[in-house]
Design a protein around this ligand. Structure first.
Ligand SMILES: NC(=O)c1ccc[n+]([C@@H]2O[C@H](COP(=O)([O-])OP(=O)(O)OC[C@H]3O[C@@H](n4cnc5c(N)ncnc54)[C@H](O)[C@@H]3O)[C@@H](O)[C@H]2O)c1
Length: 332
């Protein structure tokens, strides 16, 4: 029997991540090779012409799974009936702008889009916020869409997770698919804590801890962490543009694992609404290790946290608490 199309919203679809992301979705990289999709693309009026160009290219690519495209600058039209919402649109920080000004712009965007999703999205819609400040934008979206279950609102830290896998893979000259169970704790910002204490590599002699194989705690505790934390800035320096293909690909990984489940014995990192696990304050969107089954994520419990990790996990939590109060001050 033919499967019904899943409606996927991409906001900011005329931007660079959007341009990389929509063909991935239309090729089945997000929801699987048999799942038809309807793309809903939203951007602002100033980008309407470029958005229409993206729509033309999607038609020209003749994707077998793509059952239709809505390209609009109307948030209600964009949100109507969507099952998955990938929120990439946002206000970037421009030279000379204060942090509070950028926060204020994004708070008002995410407040308005939360209301549109709450009123018009399909029941059970799953939301992934990509636009920065991603954790706090997701928190605002949650606050202003109270009828969307908080478990359905997440933010992207999978790019940081994949970057951590990539660094370990390069260091050990092992294929990236043999590395698993790194963790990104906290904020999608330079305070995030990439943790390898529970990570393993599958070798010819079975699964081995990353710490044992790398055998260089100095590198793991310093250079590895700063490389992952600063990778976004390194990409901007090299490309003169921020990461787009890796962000789009990680966004597909995030939704795919959430909807279709994480592989047995593996976890991934997702920014989710904290329930107080690991002593992280409840009420912020914080990146945790999660497993997914039947379309639901759950935080991996019971991992041993050493003193080094504790300090770093708390520092990134503190930044999120501070971002939350800045965001709230913009609401008044
Ligand atoms: N979480 C992550 O891992 C991660 C990684 C990379 C980039 N990002 C963030 O993703 C966002 C998008 O990055 P990009 O490189 O595609 O930026 P971009 O500037 O190329 O595209 C952003 C698009 O959003 C649109 N937009 C602005 N306001 C909007 C609104 N109210 N509604 C709908 N669309 C709107 C813009 O017109 C533009 O087309 C940025 O905030 C960036 O910082 C996050």
């Amino acid at each position: 029997m033919a499967m019904d199309a899943v409606r996927v919203l991409v906001t900011g679809a005329a931007g660079q991540i959007g341009y990389a992301l929509v063909p991935m979705i239309a090729r089945g990289m997000m929801l699987g090779p048999d799942q038809p999709v309807m793309l809903h693309m939203l951007d602002i009026p100033a980008a309407a012409e470029a958005l229409n160009g993206v729509k033309m290219e999607l038609i020209d690519a003749a994707f077998p799974l793509l059952k239709g495209v809505v390209a609009t600058t109307d948030v209600v039209e964009a949100c109507t009936g969507v099952n998955i919402a990938v929120m990439v649109g946002g206000f970037p920080r421009k030279e000379g702008m204060e942090r509070k000004d950028v926060m204020s712009k994004n708070v008002s965007i995410y407040k308005a889009q939360a209301s549109a999703l709450e009123l018009h999205a399909a029941p059970g819609c799953k939301v992934l916020v990509v636009a920065n400040p991603a954790n706090t934008n997701a928190l605002i979206l949650k606050e202003f869409a109270p009828s969307i279950p908080e478990k359905n609102i997440t933010c992207l830290t999978r790019l940081d997770h994949n970057r951590a896998l990539g660094q370990i893979s390069e260091k050990l000259n092992a294929h990236v698919s043999s590395v698993k169970n790194v963790i990104i704790w906290g904020n999608h910002s330079s305070t995030q804590y990439p943790d390898v204490n529970h990570a393993t590599v599958t070798t010819r002699n079975g699964e081995k801890p990353v710490r044992e194989l790398v055998a260089n705690d100095e590198w793991l505790n310093k250079q590895f962490i700063t490389t992952v934390q600063q990778r976004g800035a390194a990409i901007i320096k090299a490309r003169k543009l921020s990461s787009a293909l890796s962000a789009a690909s990680s966004g597909c990984d995030h939704i795919r694992d959430w909807v279709l489940g994480t592989p047995k014995g593996a976890w991934v990192s997702m920014g989710v609404y904290s329930d107080g696990s690991y002593g992280i304050p409840a009420g912020i969107v914080y990146s945790f290790p999660v497993t997914c089954k039947n379309g639901e994520w759950s935080i991996v419990q019971g991992l041993k946290i050493d003193e080094f990790s504790r300090v770093k996990m708390d520092a990134t939590a503190n930044e999120l608490v501070e971002e939350k109060s800045l965001a709230y001050s913009c609401l008044n």
